[in-house]
Design a protein around this ligand. Structure first.
Ligand SMILES: NC(=O)c1ccc[n+]([C@@H]2O[C@H](COP(=O)([O-])OP(=O)(O)OC[C@H]3O[C@@H](n4cnc5c(N)ncnc54)[C@H](OP(=O)(O)O)[C@@H]3O)[C@@H](O)[C@H]2O)c1
Length: 344
Protein backbone atom coordinates (compact mmCIF):
# COMPACT_ATOMS: atom_id res chain seq x y z
CA UNK A 1 0.00 0.00 0.00
CA UNK A 2 1.61 3.29 -1.09
CA UNK A 3 -0.12 6.17 0.68
CA UNK A 4 -2.04 4.52 3.50
CA UNK A 5 -3.08 7.68 5.28
CA UNK A 6 -4.08 10.66 3.23
CA UNK A 7 -6.77 13.33 3.32
CA UNK A 8 -7.37 14.05 -0.31
CA UNK A 9 -6.33 12.25 -3.43
CA UNK A 10 -6.03 13.80 -6.88
CA UNK A 11 -5.29 11.92 -10.10
CA UNK A 12 -4.05 13.98 -13.04
CA UNK A 13 -3.68 12.31 -16.44
CA UNK A 14 -0.97 13.78 -18.68
CA UNK A 15 0.60 15.33 -15.58
CA UNK A 16 4.17 15.39 -16.86
CA UNK A 17 3.84 18.41 -19.14
CA UNK A 18 1.72 21.25 -20.42
CA UNK A 19 -1.63 21.93 -18.78
CA UNK A 20 -1.41 18.75 -16.65
CA UNK A 21 1.77 20.02 -15.01
CA UNK A 22 0.09 23.39 -14.38
CA UNK A 23 -2.83 21.58 -12.71
CA UNK A 24 -0.35 19.78 -10.40
CA UNK A 25 1.33 23.07 -9.47
CA UNK A 26 -1.94 24.79 -8.66
CA UNK A 27 -3.27 21.82 -6.69
CA UNK A 28 -0.14 21.57 -4.55
CA UNK A 29 -0.19 25.33 -4.02
CA UNK A 30 -3.79 25.24 -2.77
CA UNK A 31 -4.00 21.91 -0.96
CA UNK A 32 -0.46 21.57 0.39
CA UNK A 33 0.42 18.56 2.50
CA UNK A 34 -3.20 17.42 2.76
CA UNK A 35 -3.07 16.18 -0.80
CA UNK A 36 -1.64 13.05 -2.34
CA UNK A 37 -1.08 13.62 -6.02
CA UNK A 38 -1.06 10.74 -8.48
CA UNK A 39 0.63 11.63 -11.75
CA UNK A 40 -0.98 9.36 -14.34
CA UNK A 41 1.53 9.32 -17.20
CA UNK A 42 2.57 6.98 -19.99
CA UNK A 43 6.31 7.62 -20.02
CA UNK A 44 8.25 6.79 -16.81
CA UNK A 45 11.27 8.97 -17.63
CA UNK A 46 9.16 12.05 -18.41
CA UNK A 47 6.96 11.38 -15.36
CA UNK A 48 9.95 11.11 -13.01
CA UNK A 49 11.50 14.27 -14.38
CA UNK A 50 8.25 16.18 -13.85
CA UNK A 51 7.87 14.72 -10.34
CA UNK A 52 11.38 15.95 -9.47
CA UNK A 53 10.51 19.42 -10.78
CA UNK A 54 7.35 19.49 -8.63
CA UNK A 55 9.28 18.32 -5.56
CA UNK A 56 11.84 21.07 -6.10
CA UNK A 57 9.03 23.61 -6.05
CA UNK A 58 6.94 21.89 -3.33
CA UNK A 59 9.35 19.86 -1.14
CA UNK A 60 6.53 18.83 1.24
CA UNK A 61 4.44 17.23 -1.53
CA UNK A 62 3.24 13.62 -1.57
CA UNK A 63 3.51 12.56 -5.19
CA UNK A 64 3.07 9.09 -6.64
CA UNK A 65 3.40 8.04 -10.26
CA UNK A 66 1.11 5.46 -11.90
CA UNK A 67 1.69 4.53 -15.49
CA UNK A 68 -1.17 4.57 -17.97
CA UNK A 69 -1.71 4.96 -21.68
CA UNK A 70 -5.13 6.59 -21.89
CA UNK A 71 -5.34 5.64 -25.56
CA UNK A 72 -5.35 1.93 -24.68
CA UNK A 73 -8.30 0.47 -22.78
CA UNK A 74 -6.30 -2.48 -21.49
CA UNK A 75 -3.81 -0.08 -19.93
CA UNK A 76 -6.59 2.05 -18.39
CA UNK A 77 -8.15 -1.08 -16.87
CA UNK A 78 -4.90 -2.19 -15.24
CA UNK A 79 -4.18 1.37 -14.09
CA UNK A 80 -7.62 1.48 -12.44
CA UNK A 81 -7.02 -1.87 -10.75
CA UNK A 82 -3.75 -0.52 -9.31
CA UNK A 83 -5.49 2.63 -8.04
CA UNK A 84 -8.27 0.57 -6.40
CA UNK A 85 -5.66 -1.61 -4.67
CA UNK A 86 -3.65 1.31 -3.46
CA UNK A 87 -6.11 4.02 -2.40
CA UNK A 88 -9.38 4.09 -0.50
CA UNK A 89 -10.94 7.15 -2.14
CA UNK A 90 -10.42 9.66 -4.94
CA UNK A 91 -11.41 13.31 -4.54
CA UNK A 92 -10.38 14.73 -7.90
CA UNK A 93 -9.92 13.01 -11.23
CA UNK A 94 -8.48 15.32 -13.88
CA UNK A 95 -9.13 13.89 -17.36
CA UNK A 96 -6.48 16.01 -19.00
CA UNK A 97 -4.19 13.91 -21.21
CA UNK A 98 -4.86 14.48 -24.86
CA UNK A 99 -3.52 14.44 -28.39
CA UNK A 100 -4.01 16.48 -31.54
CA UNK A 101 -2.77 14.42 -34.48
CA UNK A 102 -1.20 16.48 -37.19
CA UNK A 103 0.13 15.70 -40.66
CA UNK A 104 1.20 19.23 -41.51
CA UNK A 105 0.07 22.82 -41.84
CA UNK A 106 -2.42 24.20 -44.31
CA UNK A 107 -0.47 27.28 -45.38
CA UNK A 108 -3.27 28.59 -47.59
CA UNK A 109 -5.70 28.64 -44.64
CA UNK A 110 -3.01 30.12 -42.42
CA UNK A 111 -2.42 33.11 -44.74
CA UNK A 112 -6.16 33.57 -45.26
CA UNK A 113 -6.79 33.64 -41.49
CA UNK A 114 -3.91 36.04 -40.84
CA UNK A 115 -5.94 38.67 -42.70
CA UNK A 116 -9.53 37.60 -42.01
CA UNK A 117 -9.53 36.15 -38.48
CA UNK A 118 -6.18 36.47 -36.66
CA UNK A 119 -7.75 35.75 -33.27
CA UNK A 120 -9.40 32.58 -34.60
CA UNK A 121 -6.06 31.59 -36.10
CA UNK A 122 -4.46 31.68 -32.64
CA UNK A 123 -7.42 30.07 -30.83
CA UNK A 124 -8.34 27.16 -33.09
CA UNK A 125 -6.53 24.31 -34.82
CA UNK A 126 -7.91 25.25 -38.28
CA UNK A 127 -4.48 25.34 -39.89
CA UNK A 128 -3.46 21.95 -38.55
CA UNK A 129 -4.08 19.23 -41.13
CA UNK A 130 -5.51 16.35 -39.13
CA UNK A 131 -5.17 12.82 -40.52
CA UNK A 132 -8.50 11.18 -41.32
CA UNK A 133 -9.20 7.55 -40.37
CA UNK A 134 -6.55 7.01 -37.69
CA UNK A 135 -7.26 3.86 -35.69
CA UNK A 136 -5.45 2.63 -32.58
CA UNK A 137 -4.23 -0.93 -31.93
CA UNK A 138 -7.60 -1.81 -30.35
CA UNK A 139 -9.52 -0.75 -33.46
CA UNK A 140 -10.90 2.49 -32.06
CA UNK A 141 -10.64 6.04 -33.45
CA UNK A 142 -7.18 7.05 -32.17
CA UNK A 143 -7.89 10.63 -31.08
CA UNK A 144 -11.28 9.78 -29.59
CA UNK A 145 -9.76 6.86 -27.66
CA UNK A 146 -7.06 9.00 -26.05
CA UNK A 147 -9.06 12.18 -25.45
CA UNK A 148 -12.47 10.79 -24.52
CA UNK A 149 -12.96 7.03 -24.28
CA UNK A 150 -9.91 6.16 -22.12
CA UNK A 151 -11.11 8.70 -19.58
CA UNK A 152 -14.69 7.42 -19.78
CA UNK A 153 -13.38 3.97 -18.82
CA UNK A 154 -11.27 5.44 -16.03
CA UNK A 155 -14.27 7.26 -14.55
CA UNK A 156 -16.46 4.15 -14.71
CA UNK A 157 -13.76 2.07 -13.02
CA UNK A 158 -13.08 4.64 -10.29
CA UNK A 159 -16.67 5.68 -9.62
CA UNK A 160 -16.80 3.88 -6.28
CA UNK A 161 -13.65 5.59 -5.05
CA UNK A 162 -14.89 8.99 -6.23
CA UNK A 163 -18.14 8.35 -4.45
CA UNK A 164 -16.36 7.45 -1.20
CA UNK A 165 -14.77 10.90 -1.03
CA UNK A 166 -18.25 12.34 -0.43
CA UNK A 167 -17.76 15.06 -3.09
CA UNK A 168 -15.97 13.42 -6.01
CA UNK A 169 -15.07 15.76 -8.85
CA UNK A 170 -14.20 14.76 -12.39
CA UNK A 171 -12.65 17.60 -14.35
CA UNK A 172 -12.26 17.30 -18.12
CA UNK A 173 -9.77 19.41 -20.03
CA UNK A 174 -11.84 20.22 -23.08
CA UNK A 175 -11.23 23.12 -25.42
CA UNK A 176 -12.77 26.33 -26.70
CA UNK A 177 -12.62 24.64 -30.10
CA UNK A 178 -15.14 21.97 -29.04
CA UNK A 179 -18.42 22.50 -30.84
CA UNK A 180 -21.44 20.43 -31.76
CA UNK A 181 -20.98 20.96 -35.51
CA UNK A 182 -17.70 18.98 -35.42
CA UNK A 183 -19.45 15.91 -34.03
CA UNK A 184 -21.71 13.33 -35.59
CA UNK A 185 -23.21 10.47 -33.60
CA UNK A 186 -22.93 8.30 -36.75
CA UNK A 187 -19.16 8.83 -36.55
CA UNK A 188 -18.88 9.08 -32.76
CA UNK A 189 -15.20 8.04 -32.76
CA UNK A 190 -14.39 10.75 -35.32
CA UNK A 191 -12.84 8.25 -37.71
CA UNK A 192 -14.26 9.85 -40.86
CA UNK A 193 -14.00 13.38 -39.52
CA UNK A 194 -11.65 16.03 -40.93
CA UNK A 195 -11.54 17.37 -37.35
CA UNK A 196 -11.17 14.34 -35.09
CA UNK A 197 -9.69 16.55 -32.34
CA UNK A 198 -12.65 18.95 -32.19
CA UNK A 199 -15.07 16.01 -32.50
CA UNK A 200 -13.40 14.27 -29.52
CA UNK A 201 -13.47 17.44 -27.42
CA UNK A 202 -17.19 17.88 -28.03
CA UNK A 203 -17.57 14.23 -27.01
CA UNK A 204 -15.73 15.10 -23.75
CA UNK A 205 -18.19 17.93 -23.08
CA UNK A 206 -21.18 15.66 -23.70
CA UNK A 207 -19.79 12.86 -21.54
CA UNK A 208 -19.01 15.36 -18.77
CA UNK A 209 -22.54 16.77 -18.65
CA UNK A 210 -24.41 13.51 -19.25
CA UNK A 211 -22.35 11.81 -16.52
CA UNK A 212 -23.20 14.57 -14.04
CA UNK A 213 -26.87 14.14 -14.91
CA UNK A 214 -26.59 10.40 -14.27
CA UNK A 215 -24.76 10.90 -10.95
CA UNK A 216 -27.50 13.30 -9.91
CA UNK A 217 -30.26 10.80 -10.86
CA UNK A 218 -28.46 8.05 -8.92
CA UNK A 219 -27.87 10.31 -5.91
CA UNK A 220 -24.17 9.59 -6.28
CA UNK A 221 -21.99 12.38 -4.78
CA UNK A 222 -19.87 12.88 -7.89
CA UNK A 223 -19.95 15.83 -10.29
CA UNK A 224 -18.23 16.01 -13.61
CA UNK A 225 -17.24 19.37 -15.11
CA UNK A 226 -15.87 20.47 -18.42
CA UNK A 227 -13.20 23.14 -18.63
CA UNK A 228 -10.97 24.79 -21.20
CA UNK A 229 -7.33 25.88 -20.73
CA UNK A 230 -7.70 28.52 -23.46
CA UNK A 231 -4.54 28.77 -25.53
CA UNK A 232 -1.37 27.38 -23.96
CA UNK A 233 1.95 27.24 -25.78
CA UNK A 234 2.42 23.53 -25.08
CA UNK A 235 3.79 20.59 -27.07
CA UNK A 236 0.38 19.56 -28.40
CA UNK A 237 0.04 19.16 -32.16
CA UNK A 238 3.75 18.44 -32.67
CA UNK A 239 4.39 21.70 -34.54
CA UNK A 240 7.96 22.44 -35.71
CA UNK A 241 10.04 24.12 -32.97
CA UNK A 242 10.44 27.38 -34.90
CA UNK A 243 6.66 27.77 -35.23
CA UNK A 244 6.19 27.03 -31.50
CA UNK A 245 8.71 29.75 -30.63
CA UNK A 246 7.35 32.27 -33.10
CA UNK A 247 3.78 31.78 -31.95
CA UNK A 248 4.65 32.53 -28.31
CA UNK A 249 5.42 36.14 -29.30
CA UNK A 250 2.13 36.37 -31.18
CA UNK A 251 0.22 34.94 -28.17
CA UNK A 252 1.75 37.58 -25.88
CA UNK A 253 1.07 40.33 -28.39
CA UNK A 254 -2.60 39.29 -28.71
CA UNK A 255 -2.95 39.08 -24.96
CA UNK A 256 -1.57 42.59 -24.66
CA UNK A 257 -4.24 43.65 -27.17
CA UNK A 258 -6.88 42.18 -24.85
CA UNK A 259 -7.50 38.67 -26.26
CA UNK A 260 -8.15 36.88 -22.96
CA UNK A 261 -7.94 33.30 -24.30
CA UNK A 262 -4.15 33.69 -24.70
CA UNK A 263 -3.00 32.16 -21.42
CA UNK A 264 0.33 31.09 -22.91
CA UNK A 265 1.64 29.37 -19.77
CA UNK A 266 0.33 26.06 -18.47
CA UNK A 267 0.03 27.58 -15.00
CA UNK A 268 -2.43 30.21 -16.27
CA UNK A 269 -4.16 27.61 -18.46
CA UNK A 270 -4.82 25.39 -15.44
CA UNK A 271 -6.74 27.92 -13.35
CA UNK A 272 -10.22 26.84 -14.52
CA UNK A 273 -9.51 23.12 -14.06
CA UNK A 274 -8.44 23.61 -10.44
CA UNK A 275 -11.29 26.07 -9.82
CA UNK A 276 -13.83 23.42 -10.88
CA UNK A 277 -12.20 21.00 -8.44
CA UNK A 278 -11.95 23.24 -5.39
CA UNK A 279 -14.88 25.68 -5.49
CA UNK A 280 -17.90 24.81 -3.33
CA UNK A 281 -20.41 22.86 -5.43
CA UNK A 282 -23.11 25.43 -4.74
CA UNK A 283 -21.12 27.97 -6.80
CA UNK A 284 -20.71 25.73 -9.84
CA UNK A 285 -22.93 24.41 -12.61
CA UNK A 286 -22.08 21.35 -14.66
CA UNK A 287 -23.90 22.92 -17.60
CA UNK A 288 -21.11 25.49 -17.91
CA UNK A 289 -17.69 25.14 -19.39
CA UNK A 290 -15.17 26.86 -17.09
CA UNK A 291 -12.56 28.72 -19.13
CA UNK A 292 -9.07 29.76 -18.12
CA UNK A 293 -8.48 33.35 -19.19
CA UNK A 294 -5.77 35.97 -18.68
CA UNK A 295 -5.94 39.74 -18.65
CA UNK A 296 -3.54 41.77 -20.78
CA UNK A 297 -1.00 41.87 -17.93
CA UNK A 298 -1.04 38.10 -17.56
CA UNK A 299 -3.27 37.78 -14.49
CA UNK A 300 -5.29 34.58 -14.80
CA UNK A 301 -9.00 34.39 -14.03
CA UNK A 302 -11.94 32.05 -14.66
CA UNK A 303 -14.88 32.69 -16.97
CA UNK A 304 -17.98 30.48 -17.03
CA UNK A 305 -19.83 29.91 -20.29
CA UNK A 306 -23.04 27.96 -20.58
CA UNK A 307 -22.86 25.15 -23.15
CA UNK A 308 -25.97 26.23 -24.97
CA UNK A 309 -25.87 23.64 -27.75
CA UNK A 310 -25.70 20.67 -25.38
CA UNK A 311 -28.06 18.08 -26.83
CA UNK A 312 -29.19 15.55 -24.24
CA UNK A 313 -30.50 13.00 -26.73
CA UNK A 314 -27.19 12.83 -28.62
CA UNK A 315 -25.23 12.81 -25.35
CA UNK A 316 -27.26 9.85 -24.06
CA UNK A 317 -26.66 7.98 -27.33
CA UNK A 318 -22.93 8.64 -27.03
CA UNK A 319 -22.89 7.40 -23.43
CA UNK A 320 -24.73 4.27 -24.52
CA UNK A 321 -22.11 3.58 -27.20
CA UNK A 322 -19.23 4.23 -24.79
CA UNK A 323 -20.83 1.99 -22.17
CA UNK A 324 -21.28 -0.89 -24.61
CA UNK A 325 -17.67 -0.56 -25.78
CA UNK A 326 -16.46 -0.34 -22.16
CA UNK A 327 -18.36 -3.48 -21.11
CA UNK A 328 -17.07 -5.36 -24.17
CA UNK A 329 -13.44 -4.38 -23.44
CA UNK A 330 -13.87 -5.25 -19.78
CA UNK A 331 -15.22 -8.68 -20.61
CA UNK A 332 -12.48 -9.32 -23.15
CA UNK A 333 -9.87 -8.22 -20.65
CA UNK A 334 -11.31 -10.44 -17.90
CA UNK A 335 -11.44 -13.42 -20.28
CA UNK A 336 -7.83 -12.94 -21.39
CA UNK A 337 -6.68 -12.47 -17.77
CA UNK A 338 -8.52 -15.67 -16.87
CA UNK A 339 -7.06 -17.72 -19.71
CA UNK A 340 -3.51 -16.50 -19.10
CA UNK A 341 -3.63 -16.77 -15.29
CA UNK A 342 -1.47 -19.46 -13.71
CA UNK A 343 -3.49 -22.63 -13.12
CA UNK A 344 -1.81 -23.85 -9.91
N1 LIG B 1 -2.44 23.77 -25.40
C1 LIG B 1 -3.60 24.29 -25.71
O1 LIG B 1 -3.69 25.43 -26.18
C2 LIG B 1 -4.87 23.53 -25.46
C3 LIG B 1 -6.07 24.12 -25.86
C4 LIG B 1 -7.25 23.43 -25.62
C5 LIG B 1 -7.23 22.20 -24.99
N2 LIG B 1 -6.04 21.64 -24.63
C6 LIG B 1 -6.09 20.33 -23.97
O2 LIG B 1 -5.24 20.33 -22.84
C7 LIG B 1 -4.86 18.97 -22.57
C8 LIG B 1 -3.38 18.94 -22.30
O3 LIG B 1 -2.72 19.31 -23.50
P1 LIG B 1 -1.40 20.20 -23.52
O4 LIG B 1 -1.69 21.41 -24.32
O5 LIG B 1 -0.89 20.34 -22.15
O6 LIG B 1 -0.49 19.27 -24.42
P2 LIG B 1 0.89 18.51 -24.11
O7 LIG B 1 1.90 19.46 -23.58
O8 LIG B 1 1.17 17.76 -25.35
O9 LIG B 1 0.49 17.53 -22.94
C9 LIG B 1 -0.31 16.42 -23.17
C10 LIG B 1 -0.13 15.46 -22.03
O10 LIG B 1 -0.96 14.31 -22.28
C11 LIG B 1 -0.14 13.16 -22.25
N3 LIG B 1 -0.66 12.14 -23.13
C12 LIG B 1 -0.94 12.21 -24.45
N4 LIG B 1 -1.38 11.03 -24.90
C13 LIG B 1 -1.37 10.19 -23.85
C14 LIG B 1 -1.69 8.83 -23.69
N5 LIG B 1 -2.13 8.09 -24.71
N6 LIG B 1 -1.60 8.28 -22.46
C15 LIG B 1 -1.16 9.01 -21.41
N7 LIG B 1 -0.81 10.30 -21.50
C16 LIG B 1 -0.91 10.88 -22.72
C17 LIG B 1 1.24 13.64 -22.69
O11 LIG B 1 2.20 12.69 -22.29
P3 LIG B 1 3.61 12.56 -23.08
O12 LIG B 1 4.49 13.63 -22.54
O13 LIG B 1 4.04 11.19 -22.72
O14 LIG B 1 3.31 12.72 -24.54
C18 LIG B 1 1.31 14.94 -21.94
O15 LIG B 1 1.64 14.72 -20.60
C19 LIG B 1 -5.28 18.14 -23.78
O16 LIG B 1 -6.46 17.43 -23.45
C20 LIG B 1 -5.58 19.19 -24.83
O17 LIG B 1 -6.53 18.76 -25.75
C21 LIG B 1 -4.85 22.28 -24.85
Amino acid sequence: MGSEKYDKLAIVTGANGGVGFGICQRLLESEGKDLTLVMACRNPARANKAREALLNQFPFANIDIELVDVGCTKSVLSFSTAIKRRYSHVNYLFCNAGILSSSGINWKTLFYLVFTDPVGLMERADVTVQPVGEINAEGMGKVFAANAFGHYVMIRELENLLSKSGDGRVIWTSSITACSSSFSIDDWQGIKSQEPYESSKWACDMIAIASSERFQRENNPITSFTTSPGVVASDIGGLPAWICTARIFIHYFMRLCGVSSQNVTAYNGAIAEVYAALEPLSRLSFLNRYNSLSNRWGKAFVGAKSIVDYDRVTAEKLIEKCELAYQAFKKKNADSTFTTAPTN
